[in-house]
Write a protein of this length. Sequence first.
Length: 123
Amino acid sequence: MAVTPYQTAFLQLLPSGLAWNKSPDSKLSALAQAISDVIATAADDARQMLRERFPSTSRWYLGEWESFLGLPDCTSENGTLSERQRAAANKMRMTGNLSRRFYEWLAAQYGFTVRLVTVGRDA
């Protein structure tokens, strides 16, 4: 059985002496392994929670991000995890305005080529 870094740290925190058998096949080492497995899982979950802050790296709360951002909208469909993350991240980053250039860019993002024509007296 391989000794994990958390198991090593746990065993090093214990006192030294004959009553504290720290050999890899001891019951104390097995207890340290069980505790270190739980700590490793908690550490992995904590790292993932940090990634949940952004829609581009979210897995657990991607549904909440999509709900917050109004996705899927009429122009997107449920796809793979990476497609959903990309759509949420793009919508989160998007800042629109009323310029012609913005609407041409927006149409291009969805695969359309548009030509905007100004109609009216001031055209």
